[in-house]
Design a protein around this ligand. Structure first.
Ligand SMILES: [Fe+2]
Length: 131
């Protein structure tokens, strides 16, 4: 395997691992709210989810820039949309409306699921074939 092909394969593998970590954090947040976890714990999980998502999206966006990816803007728009949804959950929680979070977690899970199956898959295919 050439070093560039190796880099591409590792980048795709790292991205897949980040997706699974991100989905786990999101699910854990929904579970915590539904189980009545205390406010500090929910806030901590929200912070972790948002911080992880920001880092993951920056990582993917850097990869897209390095590869001169042709769907960069639309892909980045999806990331901005997901971050806005997560930050809205943090606002709901700060305002004492944590009960709204499970429904929003479901919306974000649905959106991320579609994003991974479409835009992230397209990016992975592009990285695999564009050295
Ligand atoms: Fe993405």
């Amino acid at each position: 395997m050439t070093s560039i092909a190796q880099f591409n394969a590792q980048a795709i593998e790292a991205t897949d691992l980040e997706h699974s970590e991100q989905l786990g954090l999101l699910q854990a947040l929904g579970d915590a709210v539904e189980c009545g976890a205390d406010s500090t714990q929910v806030a901590r999980q929200l912070d972790a989810l948002i911080a992880y998502s920001e880092a993951h999206f920056v990582s993917e966006e850097l990869l897209m820039r390095m590869k001169s990816y042709d769907d960069y803007e639309d892909h980045q728009d999806d990331h901005a949309h997901m971050l806005a949804q997560m930050r809205a959950m943090a606002v709901d929680h700060a305002n004492g409306n944590s009960a709204l979070i499970p429904g929003k977690v479901k919306d974000v899970l649905d959106f991320i699921g579609r994003h991974i199956a479409t835009r992230d898959k397209r990016l992975a295919d592009y990285v695999r074939t564009n050295r």
